[in-house]
Design a protein around this ligand. Structure first.
Ligand SMILES: [Zn+2]
Ligand SMILES: [Zn+2]
Length: 308
């Protein structure tokens, strides 16, 4: 990998409580040398190590909500960083309540942390950034206030056709660079060469959407529009659709309907109830509606926008 892509590692793909087969919630998003966590369930530090993710690089943690299976890993993460002698600040984002949650997590340690933690409250319509990644969020529909997140790479400039530029009389490197940056330049014979003549269309950045715990809802469909990868609550199968509605979750089929309506490239089913031995039934029910559906598992790594 060239370091510039967006890479996702599933750290925990089960609901409710950890089992030997599936840890509770956590996803690691890598962008070059920067690492971000989406939720941080119990056992996240161990899951990061098991997946070979260099966890000292964590810059920020984004919480969807504060149900135990999504957030109990924070005190352990903070204390591990303390033992490692971390100095770099840690940014923590989440819905209202995030400041209080972080204050409590920090106060559990028997020492003052060697690094600073900054809690940022987020809400729909606010845009933030993680390095050069854009972050937007929307309210989901659960039994507590939940934020779903969209992580978006910036678009890249189009490719320069250097051969064509040379044929038009642009011969030196700096002029090529200016064309790529969108400026017109003068050719050797004085003629003007514009970017439109030699630079292809911009290449769209990749995007990842994380629903966290939710029933189907129009805010999520809008958030996920055209995304390369959608990681969606698929706690239940059709057999337990009433439980999904009652507990504020989705069935795999509901996740597939949202993926189809939003026009995403690929759906990753996630947050399976520990009552199921395996997600075969979830997968079959989702694929009947949206064929590019996959079942996630702990340790799985994907690059949104590339075939899995
Ligand atoms: Zn959950
Ligand atoms: Zn929840």
């Amino acid at each position: 990998m060239n370091g510039s892509g967006l890479r996702l590692t599933f750290l925990g793909t089960g609901a409710g409580y950890p089992t030997p087969g599936r840890n509770v919630t956590g996803l690691a998003v890598e962008r070059g040398r920067r690492l971000f966590l989406l939720d941080c369930g119990e056992g996240t530090v161990r899951a990061l190590q098991a997946a070979g993710v260099p966890f000292g690089r964590v810059r920020a943690v984004l919480f969807s909500h504060f149900h135990a299976d999504h957030c109990l890993g924070l005190p352990g993460l903070l204390q591990t960083f303390q033992l490692m002698g971390r100095e770099r600040r840690l940014d923590i984002y989440g819905p209202p309540g995030v400041q209080e949650f972080v204050r409590r997590a920090v106060s559990l340690a028997p020492f003052s942390p060697s690094f600073c933690t900054i809690a940022h409250e987020l809400g729909p319509g606010e845009e933030s950034t993680l390095g050069d990644l854009g972050v937007t969020c929307a309210w989901m529909d659960h039994t507590a206030p939940v934020l779903g997140y969209r992580i978006q790479e910036p678009d890249k400039p189009g490719a320069l056709d250097a051969e064509r530029a040379r044929a038009l009389g642009v011969t030196h490197g700096p002029a090529m660079g200016r064309l790529k940056a969108g400026e017109a330049v003068a050719a050797a014979d004085g003629a003007t060469v514009t970017p439109q003549m030699v630079v292809g269309p911009p290449r769209l950045g990749r995007s990842l959407v994380f629903s966290s715990d939710t029933r189907p809802n129009p805010g999520l469909t809008a958030l996920a529009e055209g995304a390369d990868a959608l990681v969606h609550d698929a706690t239940f199968t059709d057999e337990h659709a009433d439980r999904a509605a009652e507990t504020g979750h989705s069935t795999a089929a509901q996740a597939a309907l949202t993926a189809r309506d939003a026009g995403v490239e690929q759906l990753w089913l996630w947050h399976f109830s520990q009552r199921y031995r395996d997600p075969g039934e979830h997968l079959a029910q989702a694929r009947a509606i949206f064929p590019p559906s996959e079942a996630s598992y702990d340790g799985l790594k994907i690059t949104p926008g590339q075939p899995s």
